[in-house]
Ligand binder design. Structure first.
Ligand code: C2E
Ligand code: CA
Ligand code: CA
Length: 510
């Protein structure tokens, strides 16, 4: 504000001085030149109007200049001087109208810096800003004044260019842009890359909004494929993305309204067929879509930060259903709940999970958390610390899908765990592949000596059961002994088991 006062005071002062000078000198000149009082009065009036007219004109030009400047300030990005999204889309629509009239084609490129956070960390915020500014300068320098260049987000830029040749290979423009970007970051001694999404008018869209959506979808696809990638818009991919978004919306609604449900799959002792515990599995029966498998919606939830909502539901509901059915501590002594890698590796999500577990006091003493090998391996030392701490708080841990990772034996050696679950694929290959049998046998023997229990998962046939018995596995879970079932069926199942005391593991047909 203070910076604005000085020029304003100067302009007002100049106005007063010019005005006073004008009045003083023009009156004196008039007095000198005109002796007829009548004519003098008329000239005075004209002089007054002239003054009003001239100052009005001056005021008009000053205002136009100031307002244009303010408008530009709002529409140009203050850091880079590039167009802001609003003005960019307006100009883009104008360009597309012109393209339509002249039957020209236009290319829209969206560029996003990969891992810009890291650049900010290395260069500091001021350095990061300089990098963005330099990139903007390079873009302005490289492209024509008619090309539209905008900054769409912190580290995201867009470029719209009318193509001289309709068949122009737009990917070559993206490669050029990539090289330009590399040249800029090289000056900062960085090895950053950027992802590029491309769309073409009229091939991919009918208007500016659609074209921008198309280029952004292509950019998302490029990001998904890795770093430094270039992708063109693809109609089929975009429909998949739309479907994914719709599924995500339904899933979010289902979680928010507690509309998921649970099934329980019993586990049995290989020795005596007694019920040892159960695994809780989540189900989504969507009224519109029908049954959606956890293999579909769990990864979707993980990618979109919804997984802790699902785990919270699973723990709460399992606590309610199992204790309500009177099964905890009577027939069921261990309840396994799946924890996703994303949760296990996040301090914040694990703290939220612990709060949730503490609110489920009936279930807590029987809980066993299943984590995958890859989750525990991402930082083995941190996993050892976390598992040790949580086991001190009475929790048990199982390694799910054991054998699918690369360092299974290192895990056995280092991790304080209670159980491993041999992956279904191993069980499946047990009969035909002697090497698999040798591995399962060796792992079981080693686990045994470390006091770690071994569960064979996905056992479907009596022959597989015989093999796992032969390998020394302690427990079995699979369609052969029991399929996953809802709480009412589980109650019924347990009651019928009660009369026979255990499943008869030796008399099942293959
Ligand atoms: P998982 O933890 O390995 O779960 C075992 C899967 O094997 C379950 O599939 C179960 O129904 C299936 N299964 C059990 N016995 C047999 C058998 O004899 N043969 C065959 N072919 N399959 C068998 P489901 O319920 O479809 O779950 C798939 C995956 O989804 C789970 O694999 C787990 O990774 C994830 N998942 C399920 N529920 C939850 C949950 O509550 N939270 C999290 N984070 N993940 C879950
Ligand atoms: Ca599991
Ligand atoms: Ca598993």
């Amino acid at each position: 504000m203070k910076r604005a006062i000085r020029p304003a005071v100067l302009i007002a002062l100049a106005y007063v001085l010019i005005g006073a000078g004008w009045i003083l000198f023009s009156d004196m000149a008039l007095e000198h030149m005109v002796s007829d009082p009548q004519l003098a009065a008329t000239l005075q009036t004209i002089k007054g109007w002239l003054y009003v007219g001239l100052t009005g004109l001056l005021l008009f030009f000053l205002l136009v200049k100031a307002l244009t400047y303010i408008e530009q300030l709002n529409q140009r990005d203050s850091l880079t001087g590039l167009l802001r999204p609003y003005l960019f889309t307006r100009y883009l629509e104008d360009s597309l109208d012109a393209c339509q009239k002249n039957q020209q084609h236009l290319m829209l490129v969206c560029l996003d810096i990969d891992g810009f956070k890291e650049a900010n960390r290395l260069l500091g915020y001021a350095g990061g800003d300089t990098l963005l500014r330099q990139l903007a300068v390079a873009l302005k320098h490289h492209y024509h004044a008619d090309d539209l260049i905008a900054r769409l987000g912190t580290d995201q830029f867009a470029l719209a260019k009318v193509l001289t040749e309709p068949q122009d290979d737009i990917e070559s423009h993206a490669v050029e842009l990539n090289q330009l970007f590399s040249a800029v970051v090289r000056e900062f001694d960085l090895t950053l890359s950027c992802s590029v999404g491309l769309a073409k008018f009229p091939r991919d869209a009918r208007n500016g909004q659609e074209l921008l959506f198309a280029a952004q979808s292509a950019l998302k696809e490029a990001k998904r494929s890795g770093q430094g990638m270039i992708r063109q818009f693809n109609q089929a991919l975009s429909e998949t993305e739309r479907e994914r978004q719709a599924l995500l919306k339904d899933l979010r609604h289902t979680i928010d309204n507690d509309k998921l449900s649970l099934v329980y799959q019993p586990q049995f002792s290989v020795d005596d067929g007694g019920l040892t515990g159960c695994e809780v599995l989540v189900r989504w029966n969507c009224p519109q879509r029908g049954f959606v498998g956890p293999d579909v919606f769990i990864p979707l939830a993980e990618r979109n930060n919804l997984i802790s909502g699902i785990t919270a539901f699973v723990v709460r509901q399992a606590n309610k259903e199992l204790s309500g059915a009177g099964l905890l501590g009577t027939s069921i002594h261990r309840v396994s709940v799946n924890i996703s890698a994303q949760e296990f590796n996040s301090e914040k999500l694990m703290a939220a999970l612990m709060r949730m577990l503490n609110q489920s006091p009936q279930l807590y003493p029987y809980l066993q958390l299943e984590i995958t090998e890859t989750a525990a391996l991402s930082d083995l030392a941190a996993s050892v610390r976390l598992l040790t701490r949580l086991r001190e708080q009475g929790l048990k841990f199982s390694i799910d899908d054991f054998g699918t990772g690369y360092s299974s034996l290192a895990m056995l050696k280092n991790l304080p765990i209670d159980e491993i679950k041999i992956d279904k694929d191993f069980i499946h290959d047990l009969l035909d592949q002697p090497r698999v049998r040798a591995i399962v046998e060796a792992v079981t023997t080693m686990a045994h000596s470390l006091d770690i229990s071994v569960v064979a998962e996905g056992v479907e046939t009596q022959a597989q059961l015989e093999q796992i018995r032969f390998c020394g596995c302690h427990e079995v879970q699979g369609y052969l002994t029991a399929r996953p079932m809802n709480i009412d069926h589980l109650k019924e199942f347990v009651r019928s088991q009660w009369s026979t005391s255990a499943v008869n593991l030796s008399h099942h047909e293959t």
